[in-house]
Ligand binder design. Structure first.
Ligand SMILES: [Zn+2]
Length: 412
């Protein structure tokens, strides 16, 4: 009697364990530090080769300089690439996404941060957890399933992107150019396979600059004090607008209960006058507004702009607003069967049922969400080890994640 297909896949994963480790090791050894964004082409070509080897369709997309220069100064010197892969087409399609840039290694390492050295079942290196482990998991899952394609009822494709750590240029280009065709996206950022992120807050980052007129402080009637007007504006925001904003809470589950509230923080950046005896002609302060998945980011933006407009009029202050960035919030809504499937499969493999919740900080899930793709974040590696010295990943988590993703795709 033919063995159940899942058992066969697990046997295959066992057989290919050493290959999976080698793939991860070789990826960690390519120092794709960002900034500046180096060795990207080598990385993408290496990953491509692992997929080509198994007959998986791949495509390398170079991000045009005209797009890249909105994000970085020197795209000619440091070109950006996206690797696309497609295992199978299908009516319902699952996409896997991972970023291959890593933050600079930094100080304090006991071993070479780009060695991929293995000690006690842990593979060390910058990016081992964040997130070349997740990328190795995507590559290995596709490689394994390439031999079981006929048993899949689902379309499967993937993208490996640059610059998540800085500007999200890679995924922004991917989404803008419609390079992803999928119903679901799993971003395999490290969650230790113990939590599933199903959303994130959005954000509005802006500077408000109140304008005045410089004069000698001994003759203030000749000037206009931007600082004094600006402080009154700040006071009005803090006492009238901020309490209204921060009273709003989300109906969704968050990993961190403190995060269920909308927030608004002022003064992360402040710039003012220059000298004690000079009337300041400008006073600038920043606003960091975090938007709940329950809120509309455009409405949240308009609310701030309208408030500043009417208060400035009252105060007789002129001003300028500089918008640094606006990002949507996101939450996976509607049918949640994918989440229960991942939870159940994970528990059967690792013994731990993952916690489901919304994340506090902005993540690229929102970029997929804006295109109507149901995105979630779930992957091997420990988020707490990201960006620190002696970063590592437990090899068992890599293997488990390949088991989880393969089973999931087989059961969809
Ligand atoms: Zn990451």
């Amino acid at each position: 009697m033919e063995k159940k297909i899942e058992e066969k896949i697990f046997e295959k994963i066992k057989e290919e364990k050493e290959d999976m480790i080698k793939i991860l090791e070789s990826l960690v050894r390519i120092p794709t530090q960002n900034p500046p964004g180096e060795n990207y082409e080598e990385f993408v070509m290496t990953a491509k080769e692992y997929l080509d080897e198994k007959g998986i369709k791949t495509k390398v997309v170079r991000i045009p300089e005209s797009f890249a220069k909105n994000f970085i100064e020197n795209p000619q010197e440091y070109p950006r690439f996206i690797l696309l892969a497609e295992l199978k087409k299908g009516e319902l399609t699952m996409h896997f996404n991972g970023h291959y840039d890593v933050v600079p290694a930094g100080e304090g390492w006991d071993i070479d941060p780009f060695s991929g050295k293995i000690i006690d079942g842990k593979l060390y290196g910058r990016g081992a957890s964040d997130m070349k482990g997740g990328i190795a998991s995507i590559i290995s899952t596709l490689r394994i399933l390439s031999e079981f394609e006929d048993h899949l009822d689902v379309g499967v494709n993937a993208s490996l992107v640059p610059d998540e750590e800085t500007t999200s240029m890679g995924t922004k280009y991917l989404i803008q150019e419609n390079l992803v065709n999928a119903d679901y996206a799993i971003i395999t950022e490290p969650t230790s396979l113990k939590s599933i992120d199903i959303g994130c807050k959005g954000g509005i980052w802006m500077q408000v600059c109140v304008k005045g007129k410089a004069a000698h402080a001994s003759r203030p009637w000749l000037g206009e004090n931007a600082f004094e007007k600006g402080v009154l504006l700040v006071h009005a925001i803090l006492t009238e607008l901020k309490p209204k904003v921060t009273a709003r809470t989300s109906k969704y589950e968050f990993h961190d209960q403190n995060s269920k509230r909308a927030t608004m923080e002022l003064g992360g950046y402040v710039k003012g006058g220059s000298k004690t005896n000079v009337i300041p002609d400008e006073f600038c302060f920043s606003i960091d507004r975090r938007v709940l998945p329950d809120e509309d980011v455009q409405e949240a933006y308009n609310e701030i702009i309208e408030f500043i407009k009417s208060k400035s009029k009252e105060l007789g202050a002129s001003y300028e607003v500089i918008v640094e960035d606006i990002e949507n919030s996101y939450v996976l809504k509607g049918d949640r069967s994918i989440i229960s499937a991942i939870s159940q499969i994970t528990e059967s493999i690792t013994g731990v049922q993952p916690r489901v919740g919304v994340k506090t900080g902005f993540t690229e899930m929102a970029l997929f969400g804006a295109k109507g793709i149901k995105a979630l974040t779930f992957g091997p590696g420990d988020e707490n080890l990201a960006h620190v010295a002696n970063e590592y990943i437990e090899i068992q988590q890599l293997i488990d994640s390949v088991k989880i993703f393969s089973t999931l795709l087989l059961r969809i």
